[in-house]
Ligand binder design. Structure first.
Ligand SMILES: Cc1ncc(COP(=O)(O)O)c(C=O)c1O
Length: 418
């Protein structure tokens, strides 16, 4: 592993500052968080100089659901590299066909077609394109404070602060308060093509909706000929204790978008999955949407392996067991820090700690870091810390996370002087 990192930490920071991002280099250095991923394994990452170890409770929003450098994923990718490469995105592909068939088997209801992509934003863009082309309407309603990526249509569906510097956005996009059915109904009109929601909006602060919410959304959409797009980029692949987060709500969307974890943390792969009627969009011109690297053949066996592992009932049971341990642990911590912790938001291992005010998230991120946890606060509600460990975390490691979090809360509590 040592051979991977050739530069000293200081040299890496300097190069990053000079050629990648001055803003990030300056910010992380000034916060005392100049951590550079070096060795990585399972739930752990070590600083490039080997001085500091963190438990990854960010998991890049789910990229590392199966942990860092999962041996099964490495084996699968290594075998694929012996025989395959990117392939040709215009031609028929065995690898993509097999992966798409697997997705069809695992998707709810009648969802059976897939357009592959490289990034989540690209996959959301594809979903919006399909919805607009199918309905011949342009309106897209999404959640205020939601996040779907930084690409074209995905950006237009996201929060204003990410759009503002970039000038006019495509028309037709509007946002409503999440989990608010009357507001959604008011926003719908005869030009609405689709409603686009994350199952549990992470950037909004892990906002778990009411149990009846998505059923009501589905009914409203059906009554007005509007499509329902569900963004499962973070909630998919077992994060919530079910294979798909939307499975908790007993609803079949028209389009489901997945990403992040589908990569196995090793090879980028995203998918826009939809039902047969929507496939007619590509009937006249099947090349109307293409992606050179989307569904790259060498990555398909990796995604297939991820799907096999993530859909295993024993794996999902494990997620539920560990989630219960976290629930119990957080309940103890809430009693211990009653002024700091307002509530715990949790669906499986998608967890958020809602705290007293908007300063708490940033302070907690640093306190977590100081106590050996990588965790970020929710960008669109900075009073919430996101806690998203790899799903392969053991029961013993869960105890370790909770004890490090205890120390972090203690530090934050003192610093914030609540
Ligand atoms: C819910 C959700 N959707 C879409 C995206 C965009 O994914 P990507 O960064 O791969 O474009 C993200 C990324 O964080 C996300 O959290």
């Amino acid at each position: 592993m040592g051979a991977i990192n050739k530069l000293s930490k200081q040299e890496s920071i300097r190069l990053f500052h000079d050629h990648v991002s001055r803003g990030k280099a300056d910010m992380f250095t000034s916060y005392g968080m100049d951590f550079i991923f070096g060795r990585r394994e399972g739930i752990y990452v070590w600083d490039i100089d080997g001085q500091k170890q963190l438990i990854n409770c960010h998991s890049n929003g789910g990229v590392f659901n199966l942990g860092h450098r999962n041996p099964e994923i490495i084996k699968t990718l290594a075998a694929a590299m012996e025989k395959l490469d990117i392939g040709n995105h215009h031609l028929i592909s065995e690898q993509r066909a097999v992966l798409a068939e697997k997705l069809a088997q695992l998707m709810p209801g009648d969802i059976k077609y897939t357009v592959f992509g490289v990034s989540g934003g690209e996959a959301i863009d594809a979903a919006i394109k399909i919805a607009r082309a199918y309905t011949k309407r342009s309106g897209i309603i999404s959640a205020q404070g939601g996040y779907h990526g930084h690409t074209g249509f995905a950006l237009a569906a996201g929060d204003e602060k990410y759009r503002k510097p970039f000038g006019p956005m495509p028309p037709g996009f509007s946002q409503v308060t999440f989990n608010d059915i009357p507001a959604l109904e008011r926003a719908m009109n005869n030009q609405t093509a689709a409603v686009l929601f994350e199952t549990v909006p992470a950037t909004l602060g892990i906002s778990v909706p009411d149990r009846a919410f998505f059923k009501q959304v589905r009914e409203l959409c059906d009554s007005k000929g509007i499509l329902l797009i569900i963004d499962e980029v973070q909630t998919g692949l077992g994060r919530t204790g079910k294979l798909w987060g939307i499975g908790h709500f007993d609803v079949v969307p028209d389009i489901i978008v997945i990403g992040k974890g589908l990569s196995g943390g090793m090879y980028p792969m995203t998918a826009t999955c939809f039902n047969e009627k929507l496939e007619t969009v590509f009937k006249d011109d099947p090349f109307i949407h293409v992606s050179t690297f989307g569904g790259a053949e060498v990555g398909c066996p990796v995604a297939l392996k991820v799907l096999d592992m993530s859909s295993d009932p024993a794996f999902l049971k494990h997620v539920q067991t560990v989630a219960l341990l976290f629930e119990q642990g957080f309940s103890r911590l809430k009693s211990k820090y009653p002024k700091l912790i307002v509530s715990i938001r949790q669906l499986g291992l998608m967890m958020g700690v809602k705290m007293a005010n908007e300063m708490c998230g940033p302070v907690m991120t640093k306190s977590c870091y100081d106590n050996g946890i990588l965790s970020i606060y929710a960008n669109n509600d900075t009073s919430v810390s996101q806690i998203m460990p790899p799903l392969v975390i053991s029961e013993q490691e869960t105890g370790e996370v909770l004890s490090r979090l205890d120390k972090a809360f203690e530090q934050a509590n003192t610093l914030l002087d609540l």
